[in-house]
Ligand binder design. Structure first.
Ligand code: PRP
Ligand code: MN
Ligand code: MG
Length: 185
């Protein structure tokens, strides 16, 4: 019988910790953007859980749009190439953008997206990233709204996947070694 919990080795961030952090970031963002409600741009697929919880915790009206980007494919190592699977549906020219992302790993995905949105004429571009993995960072940029720093382990849950699965886990966890069949995580 397939069961998520039985595949988990250990938990890194609990559902309660995630909820509390997202609420506190949302409170700050609601203050910072009170005069100019932002366009939230969520990076699919990983950001979907963070976007849902975060947007519902905001006290200001926001618009939302989505861009589906892929750099990891099915493995645990970034391919280094950003693929646009699905583009935004609105023109970002003159808009104040707040990108919502699940994790900054090498930083390549967000570095590319921030540059792309600025090239398209956004008035401002900031980032809320739930997780950051400093040990893996290759590209530097400012993450204005930050969640948790995590160690260099391949994590799943709250939107993050391994081979497209485990996104629906409600916490952030590391899978048992045998789940990463043959691949060195
Ligand atoms: C993951 C994650 C971030 C990105 C971070 O997405 O959700 O978007 O990688 O890695 P980076 O900082 O090294 O660029 P992935 O490519 O796995 O696509 P997904 O969100 O659809 O799972
Ligand atoms: Mn992603
Ligand atoms: Mg992924």
């Amino acid at each position: 019988i397939a069961d998520i919990q039985s595949d988990i080795d250990h938990e890194l961030v609990s559902k309660q910790q995630i909820d509390a952090k997202i609420k506190s970031v949302a409170k700050q963002v609601s203050i910072d953007y009170a005069d100019e409600p932002p366009l939230l741009v969520a990076v699919l697929k990983g950001a979907v859980n963070t976007l849902t919880a975060f947007s519902q915790a905001l006290s200001i009206p926001v618009q939302m749009d989505f861009m589906s980007l892929s750099s990891y494919g099915n493995g645990t190592e970034s391919t280094g190439t950003i693929t646009v699977r699905q583009d935004l549906s609105v023109d970002v020219r003159g808009r104040h953008i707040l990108i919502v992302e699940d994790i900054v790993d090498s930083g390549r995905t967000l570095n590319w997206l921030m540059g792309e949105l600025r090239d398209r004429g956004a008035a401002s571009v900031e980032v809320f990233a739930l997780l950051e993995k400093p040990a893996r960072r290759e590209v530097e940029f400012d993450v204005k709204y930050r969640g948790f720093e995590i160690p260099d382990e391949f994590v799943v849950g709250f939107g993050l996947d391994y081979c497209e699965e485990y996104r629906n886990l409600d916490s952030i966890a590391v899978l048992k070694p045998q789940v990463y069949q043959g691949e060195h995580a």
